[in-house]
Design a protein around this ligand. Structure first.
Ligand code: APR
Length: 244
């Protein structure tokens, strides 16, 4: 592989599947048991806040029973060793990338960008202030900034809302030599369009590592299929041994 100075990795629910967290669109995925319009839109939250809070309380509680897997750890090792620019963009709201990175000495040009928000944070609907949050959000949960109850919402980007860090992400996509998409079905934009942004910039190699071909599989220069815990450590090892 030719020398690489700037990498963007995009991850989706598939990278956390082998840690025991459900994906969305696989068999028995989250969208099999819940309708998006009931639990993942601002309108759903206005209509039935308890149903929405319960959905995210359940997912937040699950974090205590899962661990980062070999794929998360391989990316964390890359963040320690790669001396170029490494932007890890995740669509996932679990904290498994952050936990795999914790305690490591990360290179200065590394950033983790959770573009769909984070289960372990909540947001005040009055002030937009974001704070860390571990337990359930209940109607009695008091906001730390306005001391009101009933104003806290999950810090999650719902359908119809603008994903986070998009300016940083677009700049990284346009500058990168290597774009690796891991564990995402390519169903949801803008993330599903990132591969086209790299191709439009004209100098980045694009790679898909997934259990099965995604919606946009034909757009990738290289496509490798299998479980993330097998593909990602192998791919990252080869990348580190050939370009660093
Ligand atoms: N290893 C690698 N890939 C896997 C594995 C695995 N062990 N298990 C599943 N996958 C792949 C599936 O083949 C699928 O292509 O992960 C992908 C998961 O796709 P989705 O369930 O659609 O999840 P994702 O692509 O992350 O969804 C994007 O949609 O609903 C919204 O906000 C939600 O962030 C989410 C976004």
């Amino acid at each position: 592989m030719k020398p690489v100075s700037s990498i963007v990795v995009l991850t989706g629910a598939g990278i956390s599947a082998e840690s025991g967290l459900s994906t969305f669109r696989d068999n028995n995925g989250l969208w099999c048991d819940h309708r998006i319009e009931d639990v993942a839109t601002p309108q759903a939250f206005a209509r039935n806040p308890k149903l929405v809070q319960d959905f995210y309380n359940m997912r937040r509680a699950q974090l205590a029973s899962v661990e980062p897997n070999a794929a998360h750890i391989a990316l964390a090792q890359l963040a320690e060793r790669f001396q170029g620019s490494f932007t890890l963009v995740t669509q996932n709201v679990d904290n498994l990338h952050a936990r795999a990175l914790a305690g490591r000495t990360l290179r200065s040009h590394f950033e983790l960008l959770p573009m769909h928000g984070e289960l372990t944070k909540v947001r005040c609907s009055e002030t937009e202030k974001i704070v860390n949050w571990q337990g359930d959000i209940t109607p009695q949960s008091q906001c730390a900034c306005c001391y009101e109850t009933g104003t806290l919402r999950p810090h999650i980007v719902w359908f119809g809302e603008m994903p986070l860090y998009m300016n940083k992400i677009m700049r990284a996509l346009q500058a990168c030599d290597l774009f690796i998409s891991i564990g995402t079905s390519g169903n949801v934009y803008p993330a599903a369009g990132f591969v086209q942004e790299v191709k439009r910039a004209g100098h980045g190699k694009t790679v898909e590592l997934n259990l099965e071909p995604s919606q946009g599989h034909s757009l990738f220069d290289e496509r490798i299929y299998g479980p993330a815990t097998q593909l990602v450590p192998k791919f990252i090892d080869e990348l580190i041994n050939t370009t660093i």
